[in-house]
Design a protein around this ligand. Structure first.
Ligand SMILES: [Zn+2]
Length: 133
């Protein structure tokens, strides 16, 4: 009899913990994937960087979430660090002509910035939502 209650309590605990995981998404994972910071299912973006008015899955209002230029400043620092120090390394190690730097590093910094912008903005929004509550 006591064992049955223990099993029921364990089953209820397992059920509630799995429900909690389903409701509360991992903010890093949801942000990087461009998903809702609360449920992790609905789309966060409408287009490349435009944030939707609300979550399509759980209805979370995104209008209260404002990241401003935060993601862009982090992305510029990350891309600038990677490309700047890579260019410095290549210059010191191989001494290529200047046109090689222009052909390699300028497109790379643009592509890197654009590639990081959406996940960076999603991550910033998810972390802001998670830490505001
Ligand atoms: Zn949602």
């Amino acid at each position: 009899m006591i064992e049955d209650r223990t099993e029921d309590a364990e089953a209820a605990r397992d059920e509630s913990s799995s429900r909690a995981v389903a409701v509360c998404a991992d903010p890093v994972r949801a942000g990087l994937r461009g998903r809702c910071p609360r449920c992790g299912q609905g789309a966060l973006f409408d287009g490349f960087l435009k944030v939707r008015p609300a979550c399509t899955a759980c209805g979370l209002d995104y209008s209260t979430i404002q990241t401003g230029d935060g993601p862009a400043s982090f992305i510029m620092q990350i891309a600038g660090f990677l490309v700047g120090f890579s260019a410095l390394f290549v210059e010191i190690k191989f001494h290529p002509p200047m046109w090689v730097h222009l052909v390699v590093w300028l497109p790379l910094v643009v592509v890197l910035s654009l590639a990081l912008m959406r996940p960076g903005r999603g991550l910033m929004i998810a972390l802001q939502y998670r830490n505001q509550r």
